[in-house]
Design a protein around this ligand. Structure first.
Ligand code: FAQ
Length: 313
């Protein structure tokens, strides 16, 4: 088939809501967009281990420590599925990691905020995993097969993470006044950054239109942000926690909650490297990568030895 016929086949596949697979022809811009989004997503899972990892050695009980360890390990697994999905597009993980640690590829803004108390572990599960699920469930229907399939398992695990966070918060709000204050204080810090996870407002989102036309994104950033707010308000009420937005109120006409605009200048500063923890997160990731060099070299040498033994046999 010539390129025009291949492009027509691609367009028909997208129009028919079918999946594009790695062997299929795809426009270069589609491939680049997917690499950008999947890489950013994979990096987020890996960098996202740091804020909660900060509390593993200070968990208040053995039970909480076991739960948190398992959760943080799940995030590592998500990163690996996603790097593997990106590799089907012709990039390799080493190259993507280099781009992350040299600051040439982004990761989610949310992970540039510090975790200051154990309540943050619960609030991250509730709000950050909650926002992640809202954004990621539609990605299970993404037009690119390997990404969509990776998202199915990731979403199941993220739902579990959201519940573990909520369960921790329920225990805390049923505890002492000091524990309730910790939950409120943590919610105050994480509310706005969680809303920013959905990306800039639709009017300032250069990629949404094209990504929706290609069936990569199924909803706009603002649609998903609204869905998250609507889902979260009753959960906050059940916890007895106040969301820190005086503009938050039910709008019967729209059938949705109205809410105030996040501080988009803060968002821009965070995604361009000037958030509270950007430098620390990248330095830690760089250090871990360097310290793991011998493990990668050993694994490579072992794989080569096995391959040459198989070839000889
Ligand atoms: N942070 O035109 P758009 C998790 C960038 S969940 C940083 O709207 P797009 C689970 C964007 O890349 C978190 N950068 O872009 C977990 C673009 O930059 P570029 C990860 C952001 O792609 C929980 C520019 O702004 N989830 O890790 C952000 O159409 C707990 C213009 O924006 C995903 O990655 C942001 N928040 O829509 C782990 C989900 N927002 O490259 C541990 C998949 C936007 O053009 C613990 N990704 N940018 O310079 C997506 O759904 C999309 O990529 C969006 C952005 C919605 C994030």
């Amino acid at each position: 088939m010539d390129e025009t016929a291949l492009a027509a086949h691609f367009d028909a596949t997208i129009a028919g809501d079918q999946r594009i697979e790695p062997r299929d022809w795809m426009p270069e811009a589609y491939r680049r967009t997917l690499i950008r989004q999947i890489a950013q997503h994979a990096h987020s899972e890996i960098i996202g281990m740091q804020p909660e990892g900060n509390w593993i050695r200070r968990a208040p009980s053995l039970r909480r420590k076991a739960i948190l360890l398992a959760k943080v390990q799940d995030e590592a697994g998500h990163g690996l599925y996603l790097y593997a999905a990106a590799e089907t597009l012709g990039v390799d993980r080493e190259e993507l990691t280099e781009k992350l640690i040299s600051g040439r590829q982004k990761y989610s803004s949310i992970f540039n905020y510090p975790t200051l108390s154990y309540a943050d572990v619960g609030v991250i599960g509730w709000l950050v995993d909650g926002a992640a699920i809202c954004n990621q469930v539609p990605l299970c229907r993404c037009s690119y097969g390997p990404y969509a399939r990776a998202m199915v398992r990731i979403c199941k695990e993220e739902s579990f993470h959201q519940r573990q966070g909520y369960e921790l918060l329920l225990a805390m709000v049923n505890g002492t006044d000091a524990q309730r204050e910790m939950v409120q204080e943590s919610t105050n810090r994480f509310w706005w950054p969680s809303l920013m996870m959905f990306g800039p407002p639709d009017g300032d989102s250069p990629n949404t239109r094209q990504s929706m036309d290609w069936g990569i994104k199924r909803h706009t950033n603002d649609e998903l942000r609204q869905r998250f707010v609507d889902m979260t308000v009753p959960q906050a009420e059940a916890l007895g926690v106040t969301l820190p937005d005086p503009g938050l109120r039910w709008n019967a006409e729209r059938g949705h909650y109205d809410f105030s605009e996040p501080d988009w200048d803060e968002f821009k500063a965070v995604i361009s490297g000037s958030g509270p923890c950007n430098a620390q997160r990248l330095a830690q990731r760089r250090r871990a990568h360097e310290e793991g060099a011998w493990v990668r070299a050993a694994a490579q040498a072992y794989a080569e030895k096995q391959a040459s033994r198989t070839a000889a046999a």
